[in-house]
Design a binder for this molecule. Structure first.
Ligand SMILES: Cc1cc2nc3c(=O)[nH]c(=O)nc-3n(C[C@H](O)[C@H](O)[C@H](O)COP(=O)(O)O)c2cc1C
Length: 197
């Protein structure tokens, strides 16, 4: 299945993106195809003007449209999710996440704003009509130490949350695959009925 990593941090390097890449690598190891979209790489003026005729913006919206699941990541900024991510979500159509699974991730400077994903980002995602928003994963930057050789090395409590999140998303993607297969079969049924008539 097709998984999009949607990065909402304006920073590079980004702790949030490292967490997303870790989740993406785990899903890729399970056989899912992953694509990456960093909102900060989109043309700023077209983004701010919600100019969906701009080729880069149109391509980004198409990546969202084609995804079966979206792993959306944001740093906590001012007790909420990033403005960079909001600007992008605002230019999606009203049902821009229809039928999709969504796994929200965030990193913050402390535990104080760990609910920001649930009180700020989750309602915005829900307004875009996804099939299901999975439980969020939140980590502080200190819980995601970086090793230049080994990459990000989550502390054990975060490692366990990542395991649970990946497992749940993979399970739901299997269900989505079965639904797709059933849909394709039922679309074929009238044709085969005609053949046998
Ligand atoms: C402008 C700004 C505002 C921030 N506001 C908060 C905040 O309200 N609460 C918090 O826990 N961390 C806050 N932080 C810390 C970041 O959320 C944290 O460093 C995060 O891991 C950065 O992720 P990134 O490297 O992916 O951008 C803020 C950082 C910046 C630069």
């Amino acid at each position: 299945m097709n998984v999009l990593l949607l990065g909402g941090s304006p920073s590079a390097p980004s702790t949030t993106w490292r967490l997303q890449q870790l989740v993406g690598a785990r899903l890729a190891a399970l056989g899912h195809r992953t694509n990456a979209l960093q909102v900060r790489d989109l043309p700023a003026q077209a983004l701010l003007r919600a100019d969906t005729s701009d080729p880069a913006i149109a391509e980004a919206v198409a990546l969202v449209h084609e995804a079966d699941a979206i792993v959306v990541g944001t740093p906590v900024y001012k007790a909420s999710f990033s403005g960079v991510l909001k600007v992008f979500l605002d230019l999606l159509p009203q049902d821009g996440l229809a039928g999709k699974l969504v796994l929200p991730l965030a990193t913050g400077g402390s535990q104080s704003h760990m609910l920001a994903l649930d009180y700020a980002l989750r309602p915005v995602l829900a307004s875009l009509a996804p099939r299901h928003i999975l439980p969020s994963i939140y980590a502080t930057a200190a819980q995601l130490p970086w090793d230049p050789d080994k990459g990000v090395l989550p502390v054990s409590v975060i490692g366990a949350r990542i395991d649970a999140g990946v497992e749940q998303l993979a399970h739901e993607l299997e269900g989505a695959l079965l639904r797709k297969a059933a849909g394709s079969l039922s679309a074929l049924a009238p044709a085969s009925a005609t053949l046998h008539a």
